[in-house]
Design a protein around this ligand. Structure first.
Ligand SMILES: [Zn+2]
Length: 314
């Protein structure tokens, strides 16, 4: 049956990929903030225009406007041009990276934003709750201030979207309004977590991946958070004791901080590749649990890998 076969293989293609999650996107936010803020947009090219939500006149109005901020929310990256914004949702297969104009782009590059030389001094980060981006100083990938640089968006399946959002234009960004608080949001305190979690049922892994409950966690980091909390992925939320609810919150916060710090140290020259080899349980099926030594279990329904330890996750 040709139809079934083809849809199954495309599912596998999508599911076998590593998907960007909150820690990956924090790294992009910090890197692009350091590399691009203070530079004017000088050109916008969309070889795959289907991923763009916006009109050519809206895009033309952004040219020569300097980028003044890069922000992350959930699994979205926002580029700020004064009161106007460009929001990128990479979904499963979209990837953002930097390139030198004239250098070969990766295949399936969908949108290229070219930025001009930086005007004035490099942006000074305020520090911020995440300790900001001192790791970016002097990095190999940092473009010189007087050079042009491209922000390239690649998306083999074109499932992701690039939204142009001029001030005053109402254009819905799929998935944005439904988001719960970010997993690393300083204002998302334990009391708020306790109140939110009672409104959701189902298995813990699905709960953590539900962007309406908490934003930014996907298939990989949900496994890491559950391992850190000592909770099994298929436990029902309703079965959790109060101290387990609290332990899950603590684990989520710790895993986000830990992973962001690890990624800052490990970021490769190409931002399109997610670094995951340092994770403790996700995709580590068959190896020993770093906590108790039990062989890590792994299943991959629909191609999405779930890994956990039967020895120490209850
Ligand atoms: Zn274990």
């Amino acid at each position: 049956m040709v139809g079934g076969r083809s849809s199954r293989s495309s599912d596998t293609l999508v599911a076998s990929r590593v998907v960007p999650e909150l820690p990956d996107l924090v790294i992009l936010e910090e890197a692009f903030q350091a590399a691009l803020v203070g530079r004017p947009l000088v050109a916008w090219d969309a070889p795959q225009s289907l991923v763009v939500r916006g009109t050519s006149s809206e895009i033309a109005a952004l040219v020569q406007v300097p980028l003044d901020r890069v922000e992350r929310r959930g699994k979205f990256i926002t580029l700020g041009f004064g009161v106007d914004r460009v929001v990128v949702n990479p979904m499963l297969t979209g990837r953002l990276g930097l390139g030198t104009p004239g250098s070969k782009a990766l295949s399936q590059t969908a949108v290229v934003l070219t930025f001009g030389p930086r005007r004035g001094a490099a942006p000074r980060r305020s520090g911020g709750s995440r300790g900001s981006a001192s790791w970016t100083a002097g990095a190999d990938w940092m473009p010189p201030d007087d050079a042009m640089v491209e922000l390239r968006y690649r998306d083999p399946t074109r499932m992701g979207k690039v939204y142009v959002l001029p001030h005053g234009v109402s254009r819905s960004v799929a998935g944005w309004d439904e988001q719960g608080p970010d997993a690393d949001d300083a204002g998302f305190v334990l009391e708020a977590w306790r109140a939110r979690i009672t409104r959701h049922s189902g298995e813990l892994k699905g709960l953590l991946k539900n962007q309406a409950f908490v934003a930014g966690i996907g298939n990989g980091y949900s496994d890491e958070v559950l391992w850190a909390a000592g909770l099994a992925p298929f436990r029902k939320r309703s079965s959790l004791a109060p101290e387990e609810v609290d332990a899950l919150y603590t684990a989520m916060r710790e895993v986000m901080r830990w992973a962001i710090d690890e990624l800052r140290r490990r970021v490769p020259p190409r931002f399109e590749i997610e670094m995951r080899d340092f994770l403790r349980v996700h995709r580590k099926g068959g190896s020993g649990c770093p906590r108790c030594g039990t062989t890590v279990s792994q299943i991959s329904p629909g191609g999405f890998v779930t890994s956990w330890c039967r020895g120490c996750q209850r």
